[in-house]
Design a protein around this ligand. Structure first.
Ligand code: GDP
Ligand code: ZN
Length: 326
């Protein structure tokens, strides 16, 4: 009988994939050209629909975070990915200007965790807004971490990012240096699959090492050597957490300029605007110049952050320019 396992894809970009089995073993596996029917289809009315996975696997490319079925070759003992389970969520990037070229960066993501530093480097709210919009466009929950609060003080950091807490984003102020906020952040990552992003130098690796001592952050080097000589962009990388869950590092997500979201309904990607948009006089209000705009009125009353509104306008302009170009 063929030996089989279930597992989660940790890294890889098309050739060799590193998969962590449910038992905790890490194996290298290749993707079958033709994926077999799998026993892991969705249960419908008690019966397993064997065609579900088969169709899904054909239509999608494998991504980091995918739950897969492995089979071992009886002769050379090599592992092959024989099936992909349906995804419960995904983080995808779209080529600017449309739905063509959408690429799934990570599958089965529970949340996006955006890390900035309170100082050194100076935080960039516009960039933070871009990350949040990407999460919203993918219908993923987002959480904000402001690290290095030892440099400015907790109260100052909280005040500076109060707009985001008010918009509904969980806000963590942390310091690796002074071990501030680490327990709460660890708890919010444990058992979940989180895409971790943010500019370099803000302390992402330091945070992960402080939160999960023993996490092997240098495994990234392995994926580089695996991919050597292939025409690949740097892929995502999932780090298994000791008590379940993953932290997914996606270098590509940091090139925020490369990401696009649909230019209409950008307003809905700012969650604090949502209660107001249906109260504008015009159903297709852009909240820029129209009379009786409920969003602008809310900004004037101080109910919606002026800085976030400014971000919205900038992003909207950018997306309109981009769609004209395309
Ligand atoms: P990454 O590029 O986001 O992974 O950032 P690193 O983890 O490599 O950290 C960048 C620099 O910031 C290193 O010199 C760290 O020692 C420093 N750093 C990380 N966390 C803190 C912190 O909480 N406070 C201070 N003052 N420095 C920190
Ligand atoms: Zn409006």
């Amino acid at each position: 009988m063929t030996e089989t396992r279930r597992g989660t894809v940790l890294s890889g970009t098309g050739g060799v994939w590193r998969v962590r089995t449910a038992e905790g073993e890490i194996v290298e596996a290749s993707l079958r050209g033709r994926l077999k029917k799998s026993d892991y289809g969705r249960r419908e009315g008690g019966a397993i629909r064997r065609d579900t996975v088969d169709a899904a696997a054909r239509a999608v490319k494998l991504a980091v975070g995918d739950a897969v079925q492995l089979e071992r070759d009886a002769r050379d003992e090599s592992w092959a990915i024989a099936g992909i389970e349906p995804r419960r969520s995904r983080l995808a990037r779209r080529a600017p200007g449309g739905g063509w070229g959408e690429r799934v960066v990570a599958a089965n993501v529970d949340q996006v965790v955006v890390v900035f530093a309170a100082a050194k480097p100076e935080p960039h709210p516009r960039m933070l807004d871009r990350f949040l919009v990407i999460a919203e466009a993918n219908e993923l929950a987002a959480r904000i971490v402001i690290n290095k609060v030892d440099l400015v003080g907790e109260a100052a950091a909280e005040a500076r990012f109060a707009d985001y807490a008010r918009a509904g984003y969980p806000l963590h102020v942390t310091s690796v240096a002074e071990r501030i906020g680490l327990d709460a952040l660890r708890e919010s990552l444990a058992g979940r699959s989180s895409v971790l992003t943010g500019p370099s130098g803000v302390g992402k690796s330091s945070l992960l090492n402080a939160l999960f001592p023993g996490l092997d952050l240098r495994v990234g080097a392995i994926s580089e050597s695996v991919n050597k000589g292939r025409h690949t962009t740097v892929g995502a990388y999932a780090h298994p957490l000791p008590d379940g869950g993953f932290v997914i590092d996606t270098p590509g997500l940091r090139e925020v300029g490369m990401w696009s979201v649909p230019s209409e309904h950008v307003d809905l990607l700012f969650p604090e605007f949502r209660p107001y948009v249906s109260h504008c006089r015009f159903a297709d209000c852009s909240h820029v110049a129209e009379p009786d705009c409920a969003v602008r009125a809310a900004v004037e009353r101080g109910e919606v952050s002026a800085a976030r509104y400014e971000s919205y306008r900038k992003l909207r302009d950018e997306l309109e320019e981009a769609s004209e170009l395309w």
